[in-house]
Each structure stands twice: as structure tokens, then as C-alpha cells.
Design a protein around this ligand. Structure first.
Ligand code: FEO
Length: 170
């Protein structure tokens, strides 16, 4: 039987990942309204990845004979006014998600739940990649975003991002 605190945190993470998907869908929605279809595409795919993350937590709990309890998903609040604001909000959110994953990791370690630790290893690595991607977007925007041609090229680069399923399979 899994530790109650670990179960609670894993269950809550489903909601946090679905909220991430919802938040990024609204980023995508905002960026579409600015005519930046590449940035729109990038965050739409990011939203798909977050849904995948939620499904991995969901499936992991089911695989361990735990019944999931789904909660309400918060409405995303727009705390930004421009593209750079979106990118910075994205980085801040990923740093927050990293802290959540680390909290679950810590609880699993205390409970000597080695199976959950192994499951979470993928997410620890994934969060490192998520933060790098968010940081890279900010750097590129700083370098090229103020020049219309630079922004056009960057938008085209982001339009090429294609969805790929997570490498973790349960
Ligand atoms: Fe599921 Fe972007 O963290």
C-alpha cells in the first residue's frame, strides 16, 4: 500500500498538469490574437505535453490500484501584456512545477517508496528540459524580438515545432 501523503501529492499533480495545459492553451490563445502563429503553435504543443504529463500521473496511480479523485481546474489569470510577458510567465510556471515534483520526490524518499522515485526520475529530468526550453525562448526573444524581421524568423522557427509523445510509457 502506498503512503497516503505520496498518493495525495500524486493525485494533486494530475490537477496541476491539467492546469498547466489549460494555462498554456490560454498563452496560445493570446498569441493567436497577436497574429503570431508560430508562438501559438509552440504553446499549443506545450499544452498537449502537459496533458500527457497529467495522464502519466493518472495511469501511474491506477497501475498501483489507487482510485483517482479529479478536482476542478482553475481559470488561468493573464498576468502579462505582451509576448515577452508570456514567455516569462511560462518560465515562472515551469519553475513552480519543478518545485512540486521535488516535493513529491521528497515525500516518496521519506516513505521509502522506490517505485514512485523511479517513476518521478523521468519528471525530474523533464523539468530540467522544460526550464531550459523556457529560458531559451526568452533569450531568443531578447536577441531577435525587437526587430520585425527577427521576430518573423523566430515565429517561423516556432511554427515548425511538432508534437511527439512522451518517452515515458507506463
Ligand atoms: Fe508538466 Fe511543463 O511540466
Amino acid at each position: 500500500m502506498m503512503d497516503k501523503k505520496v498518493i495525495k501529492l500524486l493525485n494533486e499533480q494530475i490537477n496541476k498538469e491539467l492546469y498547466s495545459a489549460y494555462l498554456y492553451l490560454d498563452f496560445s490563445n493570446f498569441l493567436a490574437s497577436k497574429g503570431l502563429d508560430g508562438f501559438e503553435n509552440w504553446y499549443k504543443i506545450q499544452a498537449q505535453e502537459e496533458r500527457d504529463h497529467a495522464m502519466l500521473f493518472y495511469q501511474y496511480l491506477l497501475n498501483n490500484n489507487v482510485e483517482v479523485e479529479l478536482g476542478a481546474i482553475e481559470k488561468p489569470v493573464r498576468e502579462y501584456k505582451d509576448v515577452m510577458g508570456v514567455l516569462k510567465a511560462g518560465l515562472k510556471h515551469e519553475e513552480y512545477v519543478t518545485s512540486l515534483i521535488h516535493t513529491i520526490y521528497d515525500a516518496a524518499q521519506k516513505a521509502k517508496d522506490f517505485r514512485t522515485l523511479q517513476f518521478l526520475d523521468w519528471f525530474v529530468k523533464e523539468q530540467g528540459e522544460e526550464e531550459t526550453n523556457a529560458n531559451d525562448l526568452i533569450t531568443k526573444m531578447e536577441l531577435f524580438g525587437s526587430d520585425p524581421k527577427g521576430l518573423y524568423m523566430l515565429n517561423n522557427e516556432l511554427k515548425a515545432r511538432a508534437y511527439s509523445a512522451p518517452s515515458l510509457v507506463l
